[in-house]
Design a protein around this ligand. Structure first.
Ligand SMILES: Nc1ncnc2c1ncn2[C@@H]1O[C@H](COP(=O)(O)OP(=O)(O)OP(=O)(O)O)[C@@H](O)[C@H]1O
Ligand SMILES: [Mg+2]
Length: 377
C-alpha cells in the first residue's frame, strides 16, 4: 500500500513551496540585499550574517531569497557556495565561485587572488551583477583557523581590489554561531556584525504547521494522522534537537517507509519511535561524509577496532597503527594524526579518556559502513 505521493519532497535537496514562519526573516534578508542592489556602483555592498541552529532553514532561506532576487533583477546572479565542501582551500573555493559565474574568467593555473581579480573584472566588463551566499562559513573559518579566509576577503573587497565599479552587490555569510569560534579579527567581526539575521529555533506549534505543510506535499492525503505530526514536532522541538526540521523530515520519511513495508496505508506513532531510534545517527550521515579526509580516516580506524573488539574504547596506539595502514593503502601521507584526533574531539565525534578513545552517539558497525561508502565515492 503506498503512503507517499512523492517521497523526494522530504529530502534536503528539495526546496519547499514556501518557508512557513520565516516570512519576517525572508523579507528582511531581501531588503538588506536589495539595498546593495539599489546602491549599485557606490562604494557599498550589503553584508549580512544568517545565524541559526541546525535545521533552522538557513540554507533554504538563502536559496529562496537568492532565487527571487534573480527573478526580479535582470543581470543579477545569485551564487551559492557551500564552504563545507572545500574545507580550508581558498583556491578551490574561488575556482568554484568563478566557474559558477563564467568559464571565461576561469583558469586552473590562477591563484586565489588572481581568480578573484578576474571575477571582478569579468563582472565590470559584462555588467553582470552578483550576490553570493557563503554557507557554513564558520566551518571554513575554523578549518582555516581564521587565516586567509573568504570571510576576510569578502568583508573588505574594496580594500583588497581596485576594480571599479565593484559588481558584487551583496554577500551572505551563513553560520550556526555568530562567534566564529573566536577566529575572526575585530575588523572582520565588526564588518560582519553590521546586520545579523538570527533564526530562532522553531517552536512546537511552528513545527506542526511546517510539517503539516511538507506532509501534504509528500504523502497521500490521510496517510499521516495529526497525532504523528504532533509527536514528531514534540520530539524535535526539545533538546537536543532544537527545532531541527531536517531531522523531523528524516523521521517522517523513515516512518513512511516502515508503514509501506508493513503493507499499511497510514503511518503510526510507533513507526516514528522506531525511526527515531534508528535515525539519530543517520541524520548525521552527511556530516560524517563531509568530514575532511584525515579525521575521516581516524574515525574509521576507531570504528573498525571497536567493531572487531566489542569494547567501549580503543587504545590510541592501536588507532594510530590502523590509521597508518589505512593511509598507506589509500596513497595518503600518514601525518596529521594528532590534529585529526583533536578535530574530532573538539566537535564531539569522539571522547578521549587518557590514552583511549570512544565513539559518541553512533555504533561502530553503522559508522564503518557509512564512512566506507563515503570514501568510495
Ligand atoms: N520553515 C520551513 N518550512 C518548510 N521546510 C523547512 C522550513 N525550515 C526548514 N525546512 C526544511 O528543513 C530542512 C533543513 O533546512 P536547511 O537545510 O535550510 O537548514 P539549515 O539551517 O541550513 O541547517 P544546517 O545548519 O544543518 O545547514 C530542509 O529540508 C528544509 O526544506
Ligand atoms: Mg544549511
Amino acid at each position: 500500500m503506498p503512503v507517499f505521493i512523492d517521497r523526494t519532497r522530504l529530502s534536503p535537496a528539495h526546496l519547499p513551496k514556501r518557508l512557513l514562519h520565516r516570512e519576517r526573516e525572508f523579507s528582511l534578508l531581501r531588503q538588506i540585499l536589495e539595498a546593495g542592489v539599489e546602491r549599485g556602483d557606490d562604494v557599498f555592498y550589503s553584508r549580512v550574517q544568517v545565524v541559526g541552529p541546525v535545521g533552522a532553514g538557513k540554507t533554504t532561506l538563502c536559496l529562496m531569497v537568492g532565487q527571487e532576487m534573480q527573478r526580479k533583477n535582470r543581470k543579477l546572479l545569485h551564487v551559492y557556495v557551500n564552504l563545507r565542501r572545500f574545507a580550508s582551500s581558498k583556491v578551490s573555493i574561488y575556482r568554484y565561485l568563478v566557474r559558477s559565474v563564467s568559464e571565461e574568467a576561469y583558469s586552473v593555473s590562477l591563484s586565489a587572488e588572481e581568480l578573484l581579480e578576474n571575477l571582478l573584472n569579468f563582472l565590470k566588463n559584462t555588467g553582470q551583477r552578483l550576490i553570493i551566499t557563503f554557507d557554513d562559513a564558520d566551518y571554513h573559518v575554523s578549518m582555516s583557523r581564521g587565516r586567509d579566509t573568504v570571510v576576510y576577503d569578502f568583508t573588505r573587497l574594496y580594500e583588497i581590489s581596485s576594480v571599479r565599479p565593484m559588481n558584487v552587490l551583496g554577500v551572505v555569510f551563513v553560520s550556526r554561531e555568530s562567534g566564529y569560534g573566536g577566529y575572526l579579527d575585530r575588523a572582520e567581526t565588526s564588518s560582519l556584525g553590521a546586520s545579523v539575521l538570527r533564526l530562532e529555533p522553531y517552536t512546537r506549534e511552528q513545527l506542526i504547521d511546517i510539517l503539516a505543510d511538507r506532509v501534504s506535499e509528500a504523502f497521500i492525503r490521510g496517510a499521516v494522522p495529526d497525532s504523528v505530526v504532533e509527536y514528531v514536532a514534540d520530539v524535535v522541538s526539545k533538546p537536543p534537537y532544537f527545532g531541527d526540521v531536517r531531522l523531523a523530515l528524516d523521521l517522517l520519511l523513515y516512518a513512511g517507509n516502515l508503514a509501506e513495508n508493513d503493507g499499511r496505508d497510514f503511518v503510526k506513532v510507533d513507526d516514528v519511535r522506531y525511526a527515531l531510534a534508528e535515525t539519530i545517527s543517520i541524520s548525521r550521515a552527511s556530516e560524517y561524509a563531509d568530514l575532511p579526509e584525515k579525521p575521516k580516516a581516524v574515525l574509521l580506524s576507531i570504528a573498525k577496532i571497536l567493531q572487531r573488539r566489542d569494547e567501549q574504547t580503543a587504545e590510541l596506539k592501536e588507532v594510530r597503527e590502523m590509521f597508518s595502514v589505512f593511509c598507506e593503502s589509500h596513497g595518503l601521507s600518514a601525518s596529521g594524526f594528532d590534529k585529526a584526533l583533536s578535530y574530532l574531539a573538539e566537535r564531539g565525534y569522539i571522547e578521549k579518556h587518557g590514552d583511549k578513545v570512544g565513539l559518541v552517539g553512533v555504533d561502530a558497525r553503522r559508522l564503518t559502513t557509512l564512512l566506507e561508502q563515503s570514501l568510495k565515492r
